[in-house]
Design a protein around this ligand. Sequence first.
Ligand SMILES: *[C@@H]1O[C@H](CO)[C@@H](O)[C@H](O)[C@H]1NC(C)=O
Length: 136
Amino acid sequence: MQRSLFLFGLACLVGSHGGWAAAAPGTSPPIPILRSSGEGPKPDGSYNWSFETANGIKSEEEGRLKPGSEPGETIASVRGSYSYQADDGTPVEISYTADENGFRPQGAAIPQPPEIPPAILRALEWIAHHPEEDNL
Ligand SMILES: *[C@@H]1O[C@H](CO)[C@@H](O)[C@H](O)[C@H]1NC(C)=O
């Protein structure tokens, strides 16, 4: 997960500045950017960008402002994706949405919680239907 966040941060950095990805001193040479484009932010708050690097990192994102539930309120609504090859060669593809409901990534690399055992589900349901018994 930390690696994903690092790559996401790198993607943002490269996406907004274009050119060459930075390499820390003493490490491998810079990785060429093969493709980089985008538009905005426009007056309505919308934008998009995408890029692809020579080592197989691809990322794209688009965002817009949408009306919220309060008068005059605007909510940033973003969707995007990134992909790269993990160190073991596994292709990693993540897509995400971010808005008033938070950041919601999807992809096979995102760990999934184990299923809740039926007995625990029944207990949670029982607790939800007996709230007065919480007041001991
Ligand atoms: C950004 O949006 C414009 C207009 O819809 C589109 O033509 C362009 O391909 C988009 N660029 C990216 C990088 O998604």
